[in-house]
Design a protein around this ligand. Structure first.
Ligand SMILES: [Zn+2]
Length: 226
């Protein structure tokens, strides 16, 4: 019976998790994907399970938990980073989906503790500007969730110090697209730093692009798009 609940949501989450793994944004069973289901109990969010390689992931393995992280559907054990996902949903009411990756170049950028300045137009339009790095906290803790929320602010992506990255969106597809964009930006930034060839975006462009980012968010909220 427990496995018959939320079949549509579990299928969507598993599909995006498999795509994430096929894109090399994670390896093995690392990283995790979640979707906000309902702000009221039961069924707060669906999330990928702990310790299961994505090559073996089936729709029914996705776990649906309530706000106390008690499992109410799905056969797996909720991801060890469930507190991170819960913390972000509580911090940002506009966020409907979260993807946490251990992608290579984002992880390299997460070592610098400086983040990635706004170097590409699409970065400001889709992510909201620079990508900040959270202060270090141990994986799986509430402290990590708090520090990542601080680094995220009102943007769609953040780097997790000495660990990886997180992308958020108004849908699973948007969160995956942000993860892909962030990894590409991090790759470009890492290569550019190798030969000191970094010319930042002009302030006037950042201002206009940030206005587009905010307009997109407002239109999604007013139309209830998710
Ligand atoms: Zn992780």
């Amino acid at each position: 019976m427990k496995n018959q609940l939320f079949t549509n949501e579990k299928s969507q989450i598993a599909g995006i998790a498999r795509e994430m793994a096929n894109l090399d944004l994670v390896s093995g069973s690392s990283g995790n994907v979640s979707m906000r289901i309902c702000d009221e109990k039961p069924g707060f969010m669906g999330i990928t399970p702990m310790g299961l390689p994505y090559t073996e992931l089936k729709d029914e393995d996705i776990v649906v938990v309530d706000e106390d992280l008690d499992s109410i559907a799905g056969s797996g054990v909720p991801s060890s980073e469930s507190l991170l996902h819960l913390g972000i949903y509580n911090y940002r009411s506009d966020v409907k989906a979260i993807i946490h990756t251990h992608s290579t170049f984002s992880s390299v950028a997460a070592l610098s503790h400086e983040g990635i300045p706004p170097i590409l137009d699409e970065m400001v339009i889709y992510i909201g500007g620079s990508i900040e790095v959270s202060n270090y906290a141990f994986p799986g803790t509430e402290e990590l969730a708090e520090k990542v929320c601080k680094a995220l602010g009102d943007k769609n992506a953040a780097l997790i110090s000495n660990h990886g990255a997180v992308a958020v969106g108004s849908s699973l597809r948007e969160a995956l697209n942000i993860s892909i964009l962030m990894e590409r930006v991090a790759k470009i930034y890492c290569y550019a730093r190798m030969n000191n060839q970094i010319k930042p975006l002009p302030e006037s462009a950042i201002e206009k692009e940030r206005a587009i980012f905010e307009m997109k968010r407002t239109s999604k909220q007013s139309t209830g798009e998710n």
